[in-house]
Ligand binder design. Sequence first.
Ligand SMILES: Cc1cc2nc3c(=O)[nH]c(=O)nc-3n(C[C@H](O)[C@H](O)[C@H](O)COP(=O)(O)OP(=O)(O)OC[C@H]3O[C@@H](n4cnc5c(N)ncnc54)[C@H](O)[C@@H]3O)c2cc1C
Ligand SMILES: *[C@@H]1O[C@H](CO)[C@@H](O)[C@H](O)[C@H]1NC(C)=O
Ligand SMILES: *[C@@H]1O[C@H](CO)[C@@H](O)[C@H](O)[C@H]1NC(C)=O
Ligand SMILES: *[C@@H]1O[C@H](CO)[C@@H](O)[C@H](O)[C@H]1NC(C)=O
Ligand SMILES: *[C@@H]1O[C@H](CO)[C@@H](O)[C@H](O)[C@H]1NC(C)=O
Ligand SMILES: *[C@@H]1O[C@H](CO)[C@@H](O)[C@H](O)[C@H]1NC(C)=O
Ligand SMILES: *[C@@H]1O[C@H](CO)[C@@H](O)[C@H](O)[C@H]1NC(C)=O
Ligand SMILES: *[C@@H]1O[C@H](CO)[C@@H](O)[C@H](O)[C@H]1NC(C)=O
Length: 506
Amino acid sequence: MKCSVAFSLFALASAEIAVATILTGTSVTTSLSSFNLTKGAACACGRLSRTYDGIISPNSANYTVQAADAYWDVRADLSPACIFLPSTADEVSKALEIFQSCDAHFAVRGGGHMNYPGSNNIDGGVLLALEKFKDIKVKKGSVEVGPGLVWYDIYKALEPYGRAAIGGRLKTIGVPGLSLIGGFHYFNNKYGYAMDNVVGYDIVLGNGTQITVNKKSHPDLFWALKGGANNYGIVTKFTLKTYDIPKVSTTIQVFNESGIPDFLAAVCNAAKLDEKDPIAAGMVATVQYNATTKVATASLLGVQEGISQPPSQFANFSAIPSITQINNVTTMRQWASSLDTPKQMFRVMFSHKTMKPDHDALVSIYKAWKEAVDQIADVEGLYPTFVTNVASAGAARVALTNGVGNVWGLEAEPYILWQFSTGWALAQDDLRIEAWSRQLAERLHAINVEKGIASPFIYMGDAGEWQDPFAGFPAENVARMRTIKSSYDPLGVFSRLNWGGFKLSL
Ligand SMILES: Cc1cc2nc3c(=O)[nH]c(=O)nc-3n(C[C@H](O)[C@H](O)[C@H](O)COP(=O)(O)OP(=O)(O)OC[C@H]3O[C@@H](n4cnc5c(N)ncnc54)[C@H](O)[C@@H]3O)c2cc1C
Ligand SMILES: *[C@@H]1O[C@H](CO)[C@@H](O)[C@H](O)[C@H]1NC(C)=O
Ligand SMILES: *[C@@H]1O[C@H](CO)[C@@H](O)[C@H](O)[C@H]1NC(C)=O
Ligand SMILES: *[C@@H]1O[C@H](CO)[C@@H](O)[C@H](O)[C@H]1NC(C)=O
Ligand SMILES: *[C@@H]1O[C@H](CO)[C@@H](O)[C@H](O)[C@H]1NC(C)=O
Ligand SMILES: *[C@@H]1O[C@H](CO)[C@@H](O)[C@H](O)[C@H]1NC(C)=O
Ligand SMILES: *[C@@H]1O[C@H](CO)[C@@H](O)[C@H](O)[C@H]1NC(C)=O
Ligand SMILES: *[C@@H]1O[C@H](CO)[C@@H](O)[C@H](O)[C@H]1NC(C)=O
């Protein structure tokens, strides 16, 4: 009996090699482009198809739904050789064994919002999409969530319990990507970043081994996963801390161009706010400029915990004459429900830098950006926004005092993360927009460096693909991340085979 099992395994293995050999180099045409099948992809797609039903190939009905429609940035649409939608950690483990033994290149997709072509999709390799991981279990003080969920799902599940988790600010951003890179939420100033609120990870390592990681079990990896992105393994479950926040007090405010300098002053003041007993409050603060109509507006989406209305933490904004001001007391679910970011919105380039909250310098950056937008006004479908995110001392203090920390190693100082998020329509403008956005950000950052108000910190969620967030982390943290990587991913599965995204260089 044993003998025949061994024999059939051997026969299967050699059949796979034969299939891979025959298919290798075959030119495959997809709805998006064409590629030559490599030996690794032929081997992995062959073995996955023999093991599981529902492997999506370029001629499957749902190929475009998975390879393109599931992405926010049109640039992220690529042509994988095949697509696997695992539904259990065992299946993820099996897939990783296959990738490793076939030496197959692969990409992993959670919510599909990272706008870095190749970070979450791949040409000619295997795409692993986690959308079937939708389990959610509300516990006392925590919630267990699958990486196929978006933040709205979490807020919805917690609403009946009057609890809140620290996740994304909008509706459809994915749980896994945001949790693994950091996580800007409205309540960071009091509770820290999303990553600081993950108390446990179920992760599959490159060799297929499944482990549970928390403060006690694999504490080194526990630390590295707090900001370490997709460098260590595939997370199949996150356990998040929850807080008693049944209601939130919200404000939506829109300002005309005259109000923008005061708007930016209020952003700087919000960053500097550092109270002993803080009220959790935060925002999405954006400036839009239409290069055709020459109209600039600023908008605030503000949320604070509790029911005091109007929300006290936004008083500096409320004092500015506005075009619109809508205050409400509602739930986190209700608030997030209207903040969708549609998939395939446009082609989009991010560029971002960090600075101390210096109002004059921030206004200069805004003005320089507006002038620079005028120079590219001819670009079809141009959609330019200037975004500011606040990193407060309070948010950093959570990691400094919780006995765990995170890879960012930020000190308890206020910062403004400023970003150009630029949308456009046509592939022919890709290189032009990247050059424009990058040069502008680097020139303005250089001025801040000279003034002594720049920080090297780069957030992966706001960065362009030309940026290196690891260069902005403390060098000793990066060294520690590398040591941890060499013990949990000695084969380099998450650098050699899963090479897209923000990777820790070896
Ligand atoms: C419109 C918009 C709004 C945003 N708002 C916010 C915000 O409010 N706060 C904030 O902090 N950020 C925000 N971001 C940035 C966002 O956090 C990142 O884009 C994040 O990567 C999105 O997570 P995802 O699961 O949707 O991403 P994906 O693109 O699916 O994944 C991102 C990266 O993580 C990897 N990955 C995904 N799942 C796993 C897993 N289970 N295990 C290991 N690796 C995995 C992927 O391979 C990829 O490299 C926003 C982005 C956009 C486009
Ligand atoms: C695939 O490989 C063959 C043989 O090397 C080559 O002739 C062909 O142009 C390649 N096709 C693509 C799409 O790269
Ligand atoms: C294709 O996707 C739809 C939903 O997007 C799903 O209902 C259907 O079962 C899928 N079909 C296949 C063959 O996977
Ligand atoms: C902006 O609104 C304020 C207050 O309503 C008004 O005084 C000002 O003229 C407006 N500025 C522009 C540029 O429209
Ligand atoms: C409002 O701005 C003032 C400075 O003008 C600052 O002292 C105060 O902390 C700010 N309040 C908030 C809630 O941001
Ligand atoms: C205000 O909140 C209530 C309660 O959640 C909700 O029904 C209503 O739609 C909200 N109004 C606005 C303008 O968002
Ligand atoms: C700018 O205004 C023009 C003319 O009203 C409009 O067609 C275009 O969609 C606007 N662009 C943005 C980014 O809103
Ligand atoms: C898988 O990798 C981990 C981390 O390097 C290691 O501890 C474990 O022994 C490996 N398992 C196997 C089966 O090789």
